[in-house]
Write a new protein. Structure first.
Length: 94
């Protein structure tokens, strides 16, 4: 999907733990036009920009992980909150 002139990009920096969770679950992002590859290539050293459709995919992945027992609940909840705040920011900026 190509961003339009009114699409808002929000920049986030993921912690090492958050990035590890996302990278372990990129297989769930296969239908997201390269998001899986972008997440795999992240090192966590700088902020990276995402659009609303990227955050929607990330939100679904992290929400799905909330049901699993082997994921640290505090890290996963923090990641979910971070993504939700970015989505809310985009929504309120329109």
């Amino acid at each position: 999907m190509k961003p339009g002139s009114k699409d808002i990009k929000v920049f986030l920096k993921f912690t090492e733990e958050e990035l590890s969770i996302l990278q372990d679950n990129t297989w769930q992002m296969a239908e997201s036009f390269g998001l899986d590859r972008r997440i795999d290539n992240l090192t966590g050293k700088r902020k990276v920009g995402f659009f609303s459709w990227d955050f929607e995919c990330l939100e679904m992945v992290v929400d799905d992980l909330r049901q699993q027992q082997n994921i640290d609940k505090n890290i996963n909840d923090g990641l979910y909150d971070k993504i939700k705040q970015a989505l809310d920011y985009i929504e309120n900026s329109k």
